[in-house]
Design a protein around this ligand. Sequence first.
Ligand SMILES: C[C@@]1(CC(=O)O)C2=NC(=C\c3[nH]c(c(CCC(=O)O)c3CC(=O)O)Cc3[nH]c(c(CC(=O)O)c3CCC(=O)O)/C=C3\N/C(=C\2)[C@@H](CCC(=O)O)[C@]3(C)CC(=O)O)/[C@H]1CCC(=O)O
Ligand SMILES: NC(=O)c1ccc[n+]([C@@H]2O[C@H](COP(=O)([O-])OP(=O)(O)OC[C@H]3O[C@@H](n4cnc5c(N)ncnc54)[C@H](O)[C@@H]3O)[C@@H](O)[C@H]2O)c1
Length: 411
Amino acid sequence: MKRRILLFGGTTEGRELTRFGLPLIYSVATAYGAELVRGAENTEIAVGRMDAAEMEKFIRESGIACVIDATHPYAREARENIRAACAASGTPLMRVQRRESAADEEVIRVKSAEEAARRLEETTGNALLTTGSKELEAFACVSARSRLFARVLPDPEVIKKCAACGFDSGHIIAMQGPFSLLMNEEMIRLTGARWLVTKDGGAAGGIEEKLEAARNCKARVIMIERPRGEEEGHSCAEALLWARRILGLSRPPLFPLLTDMEGRRAVIAGGGVVAARRAATLVKCGAAVTVVSPAFAPEFRELKCSLLKKEWEPEDLEGAALAVAATDDGTVNAAVAAEAKARGIPVSVADNAAECSFFFPSLVTSGEVSASVSAGALSPALTRRLAERLRSVWGEWVKEERAALEDKNDG
Ligand SMILES: C[C@@]1(CC(=O)O)C2=NC(=C\c3[nH]c(c(CCC(=O)O)c3CC(=O)O)Cc3[nH]c(c(CC(=O)O)c3CCC(=O)O)/C=C3\N/C(=C\2)[C@@H](CCC(=O)O)[C@]3(C)CC(=O)O)/[C@H]1CCC(=O)O
Ligand SMILES: NC(=O)c1ccc[n+]([C@@H]2O[C@H](COP(=O)([O-])OP(=O)(O)OC[C@H]3O[C@@H](n4cnc5c(N)ncnc54)[C@H](O)[C@@H]3O)[C@@H](O)[C@H]2O)c1
């Protein structure tokens, strides 16, 4: 049987992961969620909710090599079922989750939809609920129901549920996001909302557009916080790389963007063997290399670069054309990556391929003639082996081809 990835989606991240032609079974709760990924290459769609036992059976019977859980941060039950099914069937699992949105003092933060409803009950004025249909029952306790407008997905089941919760058609906005700032503003105006209720869905959930629209329309925001005690998930890029490595899938080759580093500042965080190897490559390319680290491997003695004996700090990236994060501390590497990206400096992160804005190549040189080897960041060990073979012949080949060209020009 063909080995495939089981992707639990229904979110922006889930949809994003259907774009790469991975062999997927895309599991989604509603027909509407399925509609959104129709036509995705290599993707079979499974509609409907499953409990843990059904998931385990599905995994065992469908040739599933690994599972990606990209369900909504609030879909706690689905997440627990997925975790249990993977543990029971011994299937590798990666959780994909968007980052939490930044705090805003103006926002009233609550723990649950029920608490949001209680807060609304203490207030007056219309409210636009953008928390989705699953949460609607919680708002049934609000006595003046005509104050409430529900923005939900245009799915027949969802509309039925709205009606069951007492929302008549004049109080339902059935539409698929993402919603722009202008659309949010218009909906707040149309409904005369003085309150906007939202979950903390992170950037991909359109939270920024909601918050700004509310500010502009002078509506107050009630935000339902994410369930506590939950670990941060991985990014789509990490999941993509992880799944490709597990299934041994290829990808289009990386495009080697050749850059003139002569005399330009390159900053490396970390002073171990990986840092030394990268420093050597950059020095060979004529870069002015600065290495920041509390300690340095012996390899640095031979290298012409500036050594700053201290822990890395953000200011170290000042004026850099290129950055490399190669400490043995993942938190420091992540901080280097974030700072470089904020400053628009390309950065390679030695312990996390998914966070790289460029990949450090294996460079094979003879004078100014270079070849760059890469295994598409899928197997650095393969890259290294191939580069070593090429290095053993490269100088000779360059010499021979130069001579052949000269013969041709002479003759
Ligand atoms: C080419 C080279 C340049 C250099 O480093 O100078 C290089 N890695 C080399 C060797 C190497 N790296 C590793 C091993 C042990 C592997 C094993 O044992 O299987 C070996 C082999 C060995 O050492 O023999 C471990 C490793 N590497 C990365 C991760 C993290 C991850 O993938 O997420 C981990 C796990 C770390 C951990 O466990 O924490 C990530 C990256 N390494 C890259 C470059 C980037 C893309 C390369 C491409 O496009 O193919 C990429 C994706 C990002 C980046 O760093 O820019 C150099 C060959 C030098 C030469 O000979 O010329
Ligand atoms: N991409 C690759 O080729 C590759 C290969 C092997 C390992 N790795 C990854 O790269 C990392 C580095 O590998 P290594 O073998 O060079 O490790 P290492 O242990 O030899 O060196 C780590 C260096 O980081 C420095 N450091 C620690 N905290 C620092 C801080 N706050 N600021 C600045 N420097 C700090 C240490 O002083 C040390 O010099 C590993 O943790 C591993 O995850 C990458």
